[in-house]
Each structure stands twice: as C-alpha cells, then as structure tokens.
Design a protein around this ligand. Sequence first.
Ligand code: GDP
Ligand code: MN
Length: 380
Amino acid sequence: MKIHEYQAKQLFEKFGIPTTLGSVATTSEDAVSIAEAMGLPVVLKAQVLTGGRGKAGGVKIADSLKDVKEIARTILGLTIKDCRVLKLLVTPAVNIRSESYLGLLIDRSISKVTFIGCAEGGVDIEETAKTCPSKLLRLELSVKELSSLTEADCMPFARGLLADAPQAIDAAKIMVAMGKMFLAQDCSLIEINPLVVDEAGTLQALDAKVLFDDNALFRHPENTALNDPDAEDPDEAIARNSHLTFVRLDGEIGCMVNGAGLAMATMDTIKYYKGSPANFLDAGGSSDPAKAIAGLKLILSDKRVKAIFINIFGGITRCDDVANGILAARKQFEVNVPIVIRLVGTNEAEGRKLISGSGMIVADTMEQGAQMAVEMGQRS
Ligand code: GDP
Ligand code: MN
C-alpha cells in the first residue's frame, strides 16, 4: 500500500527522521493561509501516489503570497500520470547545499533488507542505477541484523554518502531510525530522495516515499486508515477489498482462475493458442461467490476484452459456489462477451448443472477451454 508524502513525513517525525513536515491544503486559499503562518518562501507539492512530480510541474517554490495563490491553483488543477491532484503539501523552503539519495528496501534476489545510497540524489535514481551503477552504495542486512543495527554499523555506508564526518554521523542516525521504522511498520520500502544538507549543515528528508507490505497490514489498522480512496487506482481498490490478486494486461481474453499457479498456466495456454490474456486474476482458494462477482466486474471494465475464460480447479473452492457467483454477477450487470468455463473438482456436477442452459460454454479441459475462448474472442 502506498501513502502520500505528507503521511510518510508524519511517520518520519514519529521515528526521529528529520524532515520538513508542513501542512496540507485542498484549496489555493488554504495554501495562502498556511504559507502566511509558516513564513515565506514555501514549497508547494502535489500529493499524488506517483513519482516524478517535480518534472511534471507538481513541485514549486513560492516567494510571495501572490505566487502561492497562483501556483497552488495551477498545481491543484494538474493531473500527473493519471492521478488528479486534490491535495497540496505546503512546507518551508530549504536552502539546499547538497542532495543525496537514501533508500531501504527488500532485495528479494538475495533475501536481504538493503540500504541503497547515492551521493548524487534528487535526480532519477533508476537512471543512475542504469547508467552508473558504481555510484550506488549498498548495505545488505538480514532482518536480524537490521533489528540490532547500530550507528557504527552504518558508518562506512554513511561516509560514502556524505564525506563530511558530522554529516555522516547524522546520516547513520537516520539509517538506524529508518531500520526501526521499517520493521515496526512492516514497510516494503522507505525512500528519501532527496536527503539534503541545508545551509546550516543539517540533514533533512525533503521527500518521503513509504510502501507498506499489504500482507502485514492487518497488524497495523492505523496504517490501513491512511489509505486515500480518492488517490487509489479504482481497480486495485476493488481487488484489494474483494481479496483478489488482479493485474491488468493488454490482451483480449479475460481470465478468472483460482490459484496463482493455475492462473499463470492458464495465461500460458491462452498464448499457446495464439490468444493474449487481458489480465491475471487469482481468486484464491476460497468459495465466496462475491469474489466471482468482483472478478467479472474487474474483467469487464476493460473494453478490450472479447471473451472470458473461467478456469476453476475445485479443492477448497467449490464449483457450485463459483457457478452461483457467476450467475449472480450476470443478474447484476450485463455480460456482453462470451464466457467459456471449465469446472472440475469439488461439487463439479452441481456447478455444471447450475450453469447449464445459461448460455455459457462449458469446456472439459483447460486446453479445450483456452482454445475455445481464443476462438470466440476472434469471432466477436
Ligand atoms: P519528486 O519530483 O516527486 O521526487 O519531488 P521532490 O519532493 O523530490 O522534489 C523534487 C525536487 O524539488 C527536489 O529534488 C529538489 O531539488 C526540489 N525541492 C524540493 N523541495 C525543495 C526545497 O525546500 N528547496 C529547494 N531549493 N528545492 C526543493
Ligand atoms: Mn523525490
């Protein structure tokens, strides 16, 4: 789960990571009163759940209240990478002496939590990683090592980030605080870009990006509450609320499958028959008809979908529950593309009986079902 910069900065403050906290405005008038109380100059920052706001004109410094009003109005009218800007963070402007990059993430390829650093921050770190990987610093830690991390452990890395000794010590302190926050909040990413040294030589997190591990959110109701429904991708919201794993792709065959492995095999089989999957959808190993309804709704919201292949291997999932879910969905909204369905396993006979006469095409095997869905898709 993603959160906004202003929310991430509030967590930074709680964990002792120095940052420019600021206040949030939703109108240009709000922005002006905040700036008036804060003192000029201020930075106005679009709060959207996507990166590269600076380049898109979503981060601007204002020196006068007149500028605040005009810039706030402009930024609040922007759409950055499909995200409408509805909130604006107003922070005191910092005079920057230097910018660096500091991130903490899970490197799954080595099963370690890893600090990534770069003395040249602010810019696009993905670009630096590609063009000049030798500029990146790494500190790879097991979870156990992270849980007992000390400033001394961080010093070699911190000195690579900032040559000045007192500043390196401050960076090491920030790293220890990031480690505590990462574990305590079950984060999957904490990113500070830029981490700046200001005119007084003080370190500050000028930007903040935090991702929470969705699978651990149940332990943090206060973090779940940070979710901003206005800013979230509507598909992702439906999928999460319905406990579906859903990834939209660009093909024409919608897929609804129970189990991630079977879902991938289904996509491969569709490809084998020269079709192209419109999505990955794992409805999981449960028997809730509501999932079938939500799944079909997600699939059908993509107008490129020409046919749907429902591939169910019933174990814990009961085929009759899935059939009931699909029938209920067809009562709730119009399904105007052909559906091919393969139902095998628990309560298969009951499931097939329910859908007989419904106009859906029943396949006996996965191969047959995939092939029929591809053919129906080409015809419609
Ligand atoms: P991003 O583009 O979404 O990563 O937004 P950032 O918050 O990182 O801001 C982009 C850039 O704006 C930073 O790298 C800084 O160069 C600049 N910037 C942000 N805040 C300030 C500030 O307080 N003072 C100055 N001088 N520049 C800032
Ligand atoms: Mn940034």
